[in-house]
Design a protein around this ligand. Structure first.
Ligand code: XUL
Ligand code: CO
Length: 444
């Protein structure tokens, strides 16, 4: 029998609500930088960061990895995930969210519900779980940053969900997305996410690429249509990842997702949820993905975590690199900040961090890393020298020479004739990389 007899107040025994105590605090269970009401660049810290706890890593995972069984004692995971165990898990989740002071959480449908054997059972177990979430949310005032359907864990999705060779799998997945999108709307969720963990291939030998891309485009178009039909006001967000679990995933990175959205005419309705560790797996810096999404006008939300520089897989560790956090927050503020999005901690404690308290250490440190990054980024922006440098570097484009190139009637021949006539002789200018790196380091 699963041991679900405890009540949630007893799981994080002795932990009070985490409070801000300032940078000199010696208390590991206090925020040293995150002071939610502190106004930075005209906005409260809580409103800048909009941080969320993810249900899956914190409440659904017992520490199992490919070489070994679970190491954590999470009593609600000890037996079958029946309705009692799912309810117990939810009580623990909300105890954690409230004690951490988290304004948001994120969930997959299967994270919150009792295990289901059939599609009909999925619908009824999920509906019961959504009732439970609604009650906990009403009491605690914790909100949903985004919901998503898990279309990758069950063996039926081994060959993909939307991109499966079997249309019945597509229909199964479509049902899950319909239910989860409707539930996310009912719960007042700010966004809806699609991560295509199995939408890719393990070998091209058995894969019809053209069909699979069209199936994925069709799936997304149907989700967009349903979002409008039910009046869900938040954006749909695709979460890019280049590979893992499959050899190649179609939503490889922000650039690939943007090309895909253009091809299927979905660029107005869909944005991206960028994850730090996914960016590094794609061979990009995290900053690159944020800056590119902003440039393309599709920055939606962020899954915040970090990888291990020596490991080539998704380690999902809590963020803790001050200079990366300053540049993350700098790019975010330059992009105008979050509208519907937020920072979702898609991060998990290490397998040896077996005590419930370790979950607080992970999240408190992550929140503080973001808050410290925010203060650094604000100081960098207030200093102004970095922005001034970049503006000055491109100033020519705002003057006649640049404007003429973008004029409606400009032609290649016309530009060339004018260049020849003036005998243009551009002079190389220093990019000042080291000066800029030193400048940024003053704010880390
Ligand atoms: C997997 C991942 C997912 C998504 C939601 O790498 O990041 O947890 O965030 O499905
Ligand atoms: Co993620």
């Amino acid at each position: 029998m699963p041991d679900t007899a405890y009540r949630s107040e007893t799981y994080f025994k002795g932990v009070e609500r985490i409070a801000f105590e300032g940078p000199d605090s010696e208390n590991p269970l206090a925020y040293r930088y995150y002071d939610k009401d502190r106004v930075v660049l005209g906005k409260r810290m809580e409103d800048h960061l909009r941080f969320a706890v993810c249900y899956w890593h914190s409440f659904c995972w017992d520490g199992v990895d490919v070489f070994g069984q679970g190491t954590f004692k999470r009593p609600w995971l000890a037996g079958a995930m029946n309705r009692e165990a799912a309810a117990a898990k939810m009580a623990v989740a909300f105890e954690f969210l409230e004690k951490l002071g988290a304004p948001f959480f994120c969930f997959h449908d299967v994270d919150v519900m009792a295990q289901a054997e059939t599609l009909k059972e999925h619908a009824s177990h999920f509906a019961e779980a959504v009732d439970g979430l609604e009650a906990h949310m009403a009491r605690s005032k914790v909100k949903v940053l985004w919901g998503t359907a898990n279309l990758f864990s069950h063996p039926r999705f081994a060959a993909g969900a939307a991109t499966n060779p079997d249309p019945d799998v597509f229909a199964f997945a479509a049902t899950q997305v319909r239910l989860c999108l409707e539930a996310t709307k009912r719960l007042g969720g700010a966004n809806y996410v699609l991560w295509g963990g199995r939408e890719g291939y393990d070998t091209l030998l058995n894969t019809d690429l053209k069909r699979e891309l069209d199936q994925l485009g069709r799936f997304l178009a149907l989700a967009v249509e349903h979002k409008h039909k039910i009046g869900f006001s938040g954006p749909l967000l695709i979460e890019p990842k280049p590979h893992e679990p499959t050899k190649h995933q179609y939503d490889f990175d922000t650039a690939s997702v943007y090309g895909f959205l253009l091809r299927y005419g979905l660029e107005k309705d869909v944005k991206v949820n960028i994850e730090a560790n996914h960016a590094t797996l794609a061979g990009h810096s995290f900053e690159h993905e944020i800056a590119l999404a902003d440039s393309l006008g599709i920055l939606g939300s962020i899954d915040i975590n970090r990888g291990d520089p020596q490991n080539g897989w998704d380690t999902d560790q809590f963020p803790n690199d001050p200079s990366e956090m300053v540049m993350t927050l700098y790019r975010l503020i330059k992009a105008g900040g979050f509208t519907t999005g937020g920072f979702n901690f898609d991060a998990k404690v290490r397998r040896q961090s077996i005590d419930p308290i370790d979950m607080f250490h992970g999240h408190v440190g992550g929140v503080d890393a973001l808050a410290r990054g925010l203060l650094g980024a604000a100081a960098l922006i207030e200093n102004g020298k970095l922005d001034e440098f970049v503006a000055a570097r491109y100033a020519g484009w705002d003057k006649d020479a640049g404007k003429k190139i973008f004029a409606k009637d400009a032609t290649l021949a016309g530009i060339a004739d004018a260049a020849l006539k003036a005998n243009v002789a551009p002079k190389p200018v220093s990019g000042r990389q080291e000066y800029l790196e030193n400048l940024v380091n003053r704010f880390v």
